[in-house]
Design a protein around this ligand. Structure first.
Ligand SMILES: [Zn+2]
Length: 209
């Protein structure tokens, strides 16, 4: 099954994707992880990405699309859970050229819940794993369970910045949501409570597949 998990920053999509990976036994593909990996391996694409980020510019669609294409074609028979992509209608159309998506999980989370969750979010400096000081605590405070790396709070996880990111998300995501809804691939799931465990949200997602 080829699944896209879609939702605003802070909706928990990375966490759910990783739980779904364990339950379904198919890979979790995060566009952010793929980009970090290309940079770490110092591939040609990785070097190109670094040029853009060093200059403070957004990485162009075509570059991200190429990285994704490379990765997704390895998993076309098994299926995958794709997270962090597509973000725009252009990317959604590009994705259609690479893989036939079976279902798009659309996470609906109110702004106040996202602000609360993001302001308690911490991330591993080394491997990018996400934790939450309230709902998804690491075993040792400040240390990554997976690699022992140092956990930090992202500078853009502050309420004012979060609300600005959510505004941008709403603008770019609406056409993507409409695109998948029209093709009857969209499954909505609402989570308006910060205290719900990621496991129980994943239970609900499983029922929609
Ligand atoms: Zn780590």
């Amino acid at each position: 099954m080829k699944i896209v998990i879609f939702g605003p920053p802070g909706s928990g999509k990375g966490t759910y994707a990783s739980l779904l990976k364990n339950r379904l036994g198919i890979p979790h593909i995060s566009s952010g992880d793929l980009v970090r990996e290309e940079i770490r391996k110092e591939t040609n694409l990785g070097k190109e990405i670094e040029k853009y980020s060093d200059a403070g510019e957004l990485v162009p669609n075509e570059v991200i699309a190429e990285i994704l294409k490379k990765r997704l074609t390895q998993d076309l028979s098994r299926g995958f859970i794709l997270e962090g992509y597509p973000r725009t209608i252009e990317q959604a159309k590009q994705l259609d050229n690479v893989a036939k998506i079976d279902v798009v999980i659309n996470l609906n989370v109110p702004d106040r819940v996202i602000v609360e969750r993001l302001s308690t979010r911490v991330q591993c400096k080394s491997c990018g794993s996400i934790y939450n000081e309230r709902t998804l605590k690491p075993r040792i405070v400040g240390k990554c369970d997976k690699c022992g790396g140092e956990l930090f709070k992202r500078a853009d996880d502050q309420p004012k910045v979060i609300l600005e990111r959510l505004k941008i998300y709403k603008e770019t995501s609406t056409p993507v949501i409409d695109y998948y809804r029209m093709r009857k691939l969209l499954r909505d799931i609402t989570n308006d409570n910060t205290d719900v465990s990621p496991e129980s949200v994943t239970d609900r997602i499983m029922k929609l597949l």
